[in-house]
Each structure stands twice: as C-alpha cells, then as structure tokens.
Ligand binder design. Structure first.
Ligand code: FES
Ligand code: FES
Length: 207
C-alpha cells in the first residue's frame, strides 16, 4: 500500500493516523473500569534512572487491566512484553510500516508511537481481540479467503488498519481509494493485490 509498489499515491499514511499524542490526551477518560474487577499485575516496573512508574488502567480486548509502566514505555512494547500479546508486530518501531497498528477506542493508532500511559481510561483492541469467539472478523476471514498474506508479518497491522478504516470512514469507493487509505501499512512481500481484494470484499460485509 505504498507508492513504491502499487502507485497508490504519496506515502503519507503516518500523518493520516490518529495518534494518541493528539487525540487521546485530550479525550475524556471514561470510567470504564468502575465496578469491574481489575486484573492487577503484581510486578510493577522498577524505578529506572529515577523515573517513577505510572499506573495505567485500560480495557485490553475487553478485559480490565491495571499495569505500572515506565512513562516512556510504548504501547507496543507493553502489549508484547508485559501482556504477552505478541500478535501486534514490531516492524520499523518508528512509525513507518504500520505493522504495530492497534485500535484505541475503535480508531487505528501506531502502537510504536503511542505511550502506554496515554491509553489509560481507554479501550485497546489488538488482533487477538478482533474475532468473536471462534468466528473470525469478516476482515480476517477475507484475508484468509483471498490469500492476502505471504509471510504474514504485516497481516495483523493490515487487518487492524483496514477494520478501523472501514468502521470510521466507511467503505472505500475504489481500489485506488483502498490503496490510498491503507498507504501507511507496508507489506515487504508485496501481497497488495490480494490485500486489496480482501478489503474490497470485507467492507461489503461490514456495512
Ligand atoms: S512498528 Fe510501528 S509503524 Fe512500524
Ligand atoms: S505478507 Fe509478508 S510483509 Fe506482508
């Protein structure tokens, strides 16, 4: 989904994303954990370099989670290393590939550029939380049906990005529009034609 492979327009996907730094810091912190049993992680992060850990309370894939994290910790590292949610991939770790895409309150964000602390009070969804029990999300199913993956490394990010794209912006009206809207998600295997096929089909089901 970048201009190097499919001519899908200038690569500006990073700037199109809703980064936590802007939108979520200002967002109201909903009392989503009120009255819910919290899953407290006993091992809090030790103070390193004089930095005091901060407490994050969020819902991750529907489950309330409370963590003490280094205020400098990214959401990506926190999901993978603290919560063992390894479905979210670390590609570039600098906001350029989209492999780390997750949802915060239903909007796609690059978790490598998102501080875990800013997710407090919000709903975080990763690829592990997308299916409904044993039933795959229509976007997941479409990627399977259309062979939309080769090595599969970019696939979780592609799927999370595509789901939020359709949910928030509505179906794309053309394949070029799909490519443009998905231009922040890079596939090193160049599986783009089948990714586009999958998204085109899934967005019809998601209406
Ligand atoms: S790992 Fe986050 S954009 Fe590449
Ligand atoms: S399927 Fe290999 S990086 Fe996309």
């Amino acid at each position: 989904m970048n201009e190097e492979n499919d001519g899908g327009g200038a690569r500006s996907g990073v700037s199109r994303r809703n980064f936590v730094g802007g939108s979520l810091v200002a967002a109201t912190v909903a009392p989503l954990l009120t009255g819910q049993a919290e899953t407290a992680e006993a091992a809090s992060a030790a103070t390193v370099d004089g930095v005091t850990p901060v407490t994050v309370r969020a819902a991750v894939n529907g489950d309330p989670v409370t963590l003490r994290v280094d205020p400098r910790a990214t959401l990506l590292d926190t999901l993978r290393e603290r919560l063992d949610l390894k479905g979210t991939k670390k590609g570039c770790d600098r906001g350029q590939c989209g492999a780390c895409t997750v949802h915060i309150d239903g909007r796609r964000v690059l978790s490598c550029l998102t501080l875990a602390a800013t997710a407090s009070g919000h709903q975080v969804t990763t690829i592990e939380g997308l299916a409904d029990g044993d039933r795959l999300h229509p976007m997941q199913q479409a990627f399977v049906d259309h062979d939309g993956l080769q090595c599969g490394f970019c696939t979780p990010g592609q799927i999370m990005s595509a789901v939020a794209m359709v949910d928030n912006e509505g179906p794309a009206r053309s394949d070029d529009e799909i490519r443009e809207r998905m231009s922040g998600n890079i596939c090193r295997c160049s599986a783009y034609p089948r990714i586009v096929d999958a998204i085109r089909e899934a967005q019809q089901v998601m209406r």
